[in-house]
Design a binder for this molecule. Structure first.
Ligand SMILES: [Cu+2]
Length: 506
């Protein structure tokens, strides 16, 4: 039994007409304001299972040099707890998907087949690629159908990911297990003395929360405004995982693939570690930290130094949601703590060298060059007082320009903001410069209540007046409820013409 039941209580909570439910078997402990369960698994997890490492996706290289991957989405069953089969879905397997890996400059092709019994899409989160193959809600793949996007990798080394993006259905499909990592390599990253032996000293860490009901099915412990939260962490699909560490420095690629939960990753001994990358690639220099906070969709790469023989636990400590949030924050997971992953160092550790003093130059985008300033106010589950409409284009961007987007969370609940097509830079937070860990490339950023984030981004290429990109809150319930908008990138003076056939799945 890898996991003792975490402390949670059965409570009902009326949040926007939704009821909070506790689905765990043994219920004890304390209750947050308004009755949401307060969860702590700290010290409760037995770490009885080796961390599953998603396999690297097999690829073939065509005669013209294109790297070709095959991905099939299908339903299956996964044994998260011994003897209990949980109905799940995955790519090329029963839960999650293989890690795709490609290098800057490579042409890639993904031959995707949907064997689910419902329509899905396959979105390349963080990837710079044409809108027509972005895999958003306008590229539905029907049950039994295939889809073969093909593009050139044209961005820095980074930890990206892929997941479904069908309008209104994203949260359920991701929660069932449809997600995977996409690692990009480039010469600048390869020249640095960083751990990069996949699954050995360079470890994908995909973190999701769920509640596993006694019958093995996936449930939740609370279902409030932010969405469904669970009391059990799945790390690469493993409950109660440990990792045998064999090098003196280990690189963790942290991905928050949860639909609503915000984590603040830290270690049980509060040790310092180094954040080396944010969503879109390496920072200019390692940032010494004792915690890394990730909202849904965000990634961070960190380096952790280990001593021979030691054990240390990666935890999620209380997240800093930014002041008083929601009903005291309990329904948003603000009061929850988790044991995530135990790192177990071998008695003798191979040396991977030192943590480099500098990483790669991160060219700053000058906000003074912005030819357009746009405001996005997130309120309720709307952006600028409108819900997503597949037939409405919310912003028309001219190709080869820089824009400044002022994004504001007008509520006392958490939101975040994800932009397709580009990696942006945070210019300011309520007028102040961002902290160093937010000074690199980002595609998703947490929005604390009552604050305004200025984001600068360049729309360098891929003009296409017929296919939109999305921007949206990546708390998946909010996205599904319509907290999303669409923009097209056009040639100067070009008219927008969205083809009716491109959104015929409604
Ligand atoms: Cu939101």
């Amino acid at each position: 039994m890898p996991l003792r039941r975490p402390r949670a209580v059965l409570a009902t909570l009326a949040v926007f007409g939704v009821t909070a439910l506790a689905t765990t078997g043994l219920l004890s402990g304390c209750t947050g304001l308004f009755g949401a369960p307060v969860i702590s698994t700290v010290g409760e997890v037995e770490f009885g299972a080796p961390l599953a490492i998603p396999p690297l996706a097999v690829s073939t290289v065509d005669a013209d040099g294109t790297r070709v991957f095959d991905l099939t989405a299908d339903e299956g069953g996964t044994e998260f707890l011994p003897g209990q089969a949980t109905p799940t879905a995955g790519y090329n397997g029963s839960y999650l998907g293989p890690t795709l890996r490609a290098s800057r400059g490579e042409q890639v092709e993904v031959r995707f087949t949907n064997r689910l019994d419902e329509t899905t899409t396959l979105h390349w989160h963080g990837m710079h690629l044409p809108a027509a193959i972005d895999g958003g809600p306008h590229q539905p793949v029907a049950p039994g159908a295939s889809w073969t996007p093909r593009w050139r990798i044209d961005q820095p080394a980074a930890t990206l990911w892929y997941h479904p993006h069908p309008h209104g259905e994203t949260a359920d499909q991701v929660r069932e297990g449809l997600a995977g990592m996409f690692i990009l390599d480039d010469p600048a990253e390869a020249a640095l003395p960083l751990p990069r032996d996949y699954g050995v000293d360079d470890i994908p860490v995909i973190v999701q929360d769920a509640a596993i009901r006694p019958d093995g099915s996936l449930g939740f412990t609370s279902d409030g405004f932010v969405g469904k939260l669970g009391d059990t962490l799945l790390v690469n699909g493993t409950v109660g995982p440990y990792l045998d560490v064999v090098t003196d420095v280990v690189r963790l690629r942290l991905l928050n693939a949860s639909s609503a939960r915000i984590y603040r990753f830290a270690f049980s001994d509060e040790r310092e570690f180094a954040q080396i990358a944010s969503d879109g690639g390496l920072l200019s220099a390692p940032v010494p930290v004792r915690g890394v906070q990730l909202s849904p969709g965000e990634r961070a790469e960190v380096l952790v130094r280990m001593a021979p023989g030691e054990h240390v636990v990666l935890r999620s400590e209380l997240p800093d949601l930014g002041g008083v949030v929601g009903f005291g924050g309990a329904a948003d997971g603000a009061s929850d703590r988790f044991d995530v992953l135990e790192l177990r160092a071998a008695g003798v550790l191979a040396s991977t060298g030192s943590v480099p003093a500098a990483l790669v130059p991160v060219e700053r985008i000058d906000p003074g060059e912005a030819s357009e300033v746009r405001d996005f106010v997130l309120d309720g589950t709307q952006i600028n007082q409108q819900k997503m409409d597949m037939n409405r284009i919310d912003a028309v961007v001219t190709v080869d320009t820089t824009e400044l987007w002022r994004v504001r969370n007008n509520m006392s609940f958490p939101h975040n903001f994800h932009v397709h097509d580009v990696q942006f830079q945070v210019v300011s937070i309520d007028g102040a410069p961002p902290p160093p860990e937010l000074a690199g490339w980002k595609d998703t950023v947490y929005l604390p209540p009552d604050r305004t984030y200025e984001l600068v981004m360049r729309f360098a290429d891929y003009a296409d007046a017929e296919h939109p990109y999305m921007y949206h809150c990546h708390l998946l319930r909010h996205e599904d409820l319509g907290m999303m908008g669409q923009f097209v990138v056009v040639e100067p003076g070009q008219d927008v013409k969205i083809e009716e056939s491109s959104h015929d799945h409604h």
